[in-house]
Ligand binder design. Structure first.
Ligand SMILES: [Zn+2]
Ligand SMILES: [Zn+2]
Length: 355
């Protein structure tokens, strides 16, 4: 089968012929119907080097995957070939308290995971290929009626990650609250939609680019602001001087974190989703009293089930730009240049296996 492999750090992907894997005991072979091209793949290709992660090349890229069950290993029940599925991306040990709760993104026993702190497309072979071998049936989530693999694939990360961040702050997102989303790219737009359909909070969208205003309105924003001189004051004013209960920073730079802390309310949440590499000084008189500041990584399996349900009901929308399998490198090049609207999805198969 054809697969896009990362053979070395700081190199481009190469399309090669590899042997099609056979599922062993408890494993599932998924025929890939969609594999999201993600910004973090660009970081993997260009920025990482030896000893920076507990895993490394060679492996097949692609960590946002959906498709159809092609073949099941012995001992796998309830997953017949042809069933449309999404792949839950973080693959943990399956037994520690985190994994037992479905939070394999926070596996506490990573030495017993298939790859420490990674998954398919992150140290192990992922979905930029005709087929992907999933090492345990529990990572394979059946798609609800009305959701196609090509649409579901990017949701497994680009929606699951902001969904997890929003969901953990639900108790603070009462109808009289305000949530601020900083950075209205793919994740930020998804965060706005998720806030709009799961809470009654007032939503403020902040970005430097004027072209983000229209999509932010469509995603449910009540107020859109350009980053600049008076942004913090505008948000304070919008919240009657109190500040926002929840700030989701989808950029994560020094400047956006400082803005987040400046507009957050006492007892609020400031959640850093963006990998901008910034830092926030925390201490007395630096941030509001009892502000909780946290980073997040991906989401849980039960949350993926909820995300897929929202999407199947038409409550989450993603614009997809499809590419054939041979066009994956093209997809990444366009992604890098900011030419993709919505999510680029590589489509190795347009249909499931024949019965
Ligand atoms: Zn991703
Ligand atoms: Zn675990």
């Amino acid at each position: 089968m054809k697969a896009w492999r990362l053979n070395a750090w700081k190199s481009d992907l190469v399309l090669v012929d590899v042997e099609r894997p056979r599922p062993g005991r408890g494993e599932v072979l998924v025929r890939v119907g969609g594999s999201g091209a993600c910004h973090s793949d660009l970081h993997l290709m260009h920025e990482f080097g030896p000893d920076m992660l507990p895993w490394g090349p060679p492996f097949t890229l692609g960590h946002e995957v959906a498709g159809w069950v092609e073949e099941i290993g012995t001992g796998v029940a309830d997953l017949e070939p042809g069933r449309p599925v999404a792949v839950y991306g973080p693959w943990g040990c399956g037994r520690c308290p985190g994994c037992a709760a479905g939070a394999e993104n926070y596996c506490e026993n990573v030495s017993e995971a298939p790859v420490p702190g990674g998954g398919g497309g992150l140290g192990l072979d992922g979905g930029m290929a005709e087929f992907v071998l999933v090492p345990a049936a529990r990572h394979v989530v059946p798609l609800p009626e009305g959701l196609e693999p090509v649409t579901a694939a990017p949701l497994t990360d680009a929606a699951l990650t902001p969904y997890h961040a929003v969901r953990r702050s639900w108790p603070k997102l009462t109808p009289d609250s305000t949530a601020v989303v900083i950075g209205i790219g793919g994740l930020g737009l998804m965060a706005l939609q998720i806030l709009a359909v799961t809470t009654a909070a007032r939503l403020v969208a902040v970005d430097t680019r004027p072209e983000t205003v229209e999509p932010a309105w469509k995603a449910g924003a009540d107020l859109t602001l350009r980053t600049g001189g008076d942004t913090a004051e505008d948000i304070r004013h919008f919240t009657g001087g109190r500040g926002a209960e929840v700030v989701l920073d989808c950029v994560g730079s020094d400047a956006t974190l400082a803005l987040g802390a400046a507009v957050a309310r006492r007892l609020g949440d400031l959640t850093i989703i963006g990998l901008g590499g910034g830092a926030l000084p925390v201490g007395f008189s630096r941030v509001p009293y009892e502000l909780s500041v946290q980073t997040t990584y991906w989401g849980t399996r039960p949350e993926l089930v909820e995300v897929l349900d929202l999407a199947a009901r038409g409550l989450l929308r993603t614009e997809i730009t499809p590419f054939p399998l041979e066009g994956a490198l093209d997809a990444y090049r366009q992604l890098e240049k900011g030419m993709i609207t919505g999510r680029a999805v590589v489509v190795p198969h347009a249909e499931g296996p024949r019965p």
